[in-house]
Design a binder for this molecule. Structure first.
Ligand SMILES: NC(=O)c1ccc[n+]([C@@H]2O[C@H](COP(=O)([O-])OP(=O)(O)OC[C@H]3O[C@@H](n4cnc5c(N)ncnc54)[C@H](OP(=O)(O)O)[C@@H]3O)[C@@H](O)[C@H]2O)c1
Length: 258
């Protein structure tokens, strides 16, 4: 059976750890070529070395910056002599607390990365993929083109306990579906992935108390691994071009809420 992932050129933001790193490893294992991004260049270089520098290009920088976003596409062209056909909008961070309890000093940074950065990359990806359909002579039926966006279960079900973070993921949820409605008819698949609890660096960055997270794991665990999410994303993007699994809500089996 044809593996529709083989030979594709993917851009993945937030690929130095967690879900993004797991996606990079899974795509590479299945024959994809990659442009990986995050702020920690050393970590990206280690991953590239591990996966094979001939198939992985590194773009270090803040995924919310216009210059970084432009470099993701120019690097793909320079390194692989092709437009990327699979863009994973993954870079993001959590924030412990609600509207009343979260640290306001963190709000702007989180919104800049989770919402504005994601929206800018979705826009750039849409422009590039539509231009490629128009100019490459390779139709959407011959070659799949994907934008994969990381939302969250708290971007679909309101959680009063992480409401500022949840608000960024509600926004991303609506943007992804709106973009799907806009460019799906032109042959670009926009898929929204909404994980529940995944053990990664996310909990530390968000500032979750260790004993609180340990209690969550006790109650609903085992929680997901980044590899669990990557496997499902690979499944989605390796469907034939005329088949689109557009939304995936992935929970640990015992996670009742959110
Ligand atoms: N873990 C969960 O429970 C969970 C649940 C639902 C949704 N999600 C979402 O899934 C995505 C990945 O989360 P994760 O669990 O893999 O978290 P993670 O382990 O903390 O990884 C986050 C990645 O994003 C990168 N990153 C953060 N800010 C960035 C920026 N401004 N520019 C470029 N890269 C940046 C980090 O690398 P650097 O620090 O090197 O930049 C890292 O590679 C996020 O969008 C998150 O909201 C996570």
């Amino acid at each position: 059976m044809q593996d529709w992932l083989e030979g594709r050129v993917a851009v993945i933001t937030g690929a130095s750890a967690g879900i993004g790193e797991a996606i990079a490893r899974d795509f590479a294992r299945r024959g994809g070529r990659l442009v990986i991004n995050a702020r920690r260049e050393n970590r990206l270089n280690e991953i590239a070395q591990d996966l094979g520098p001939d198939r992985v290009a590194v773009v270090a920088g803040d995924a919310g910056d216009d210059g970084t976003i432009e470099r993701l596409f120019s690097t793909a062209r320079e390194r692989f002599d092709e437009e990327p056909d699979l863009i994973v909008v993954n870079a993001g961070r959590g924030l412990n607390g609600s509207v009343t309890t979260s640290d306001t000093a963190e709000w702007e940074e989180m919104i800049r990365v989770n919402l504005l950065g994601a929206a800018k990359l979705m826009r750039a990806a849409a422009h590039h993929l539509l231009a490629d359909i128009e100019n490459s002579g390779v139709s959407w039926q011959q070659e799949a083109r994907d934008i994969v966006v990381l939302g969250s279960t708290v971007g679909r079900h309101v959680s009063p306990f992480s409401s500022m973070y949840g608000s960024t993921k509600f926004a991303v949820n609506s943007l992804a579906e709106a973009l799907r409605r806009e460019i799906g008819p032109k042959g670009v698949r926009v898929s929204l992935i909404e994980p529940g609890f995944v053990r990664s660096e996310f909990q530390g960055v968000a500032g979750y108390a260790e004993d609180w997270f340990a209690e969550v794991v006790d109650r609903i665990g085992p929680v997901l691994t980044p590899e669990d999410c990557a496997e499902i994303i690979s499944f989605i993007v390796s469907r034939p071009p005329a088949v689109h699994l557009s939304d995936a809500l992935i929970r640990p089996t015992r996670q009742d809420y959110p």
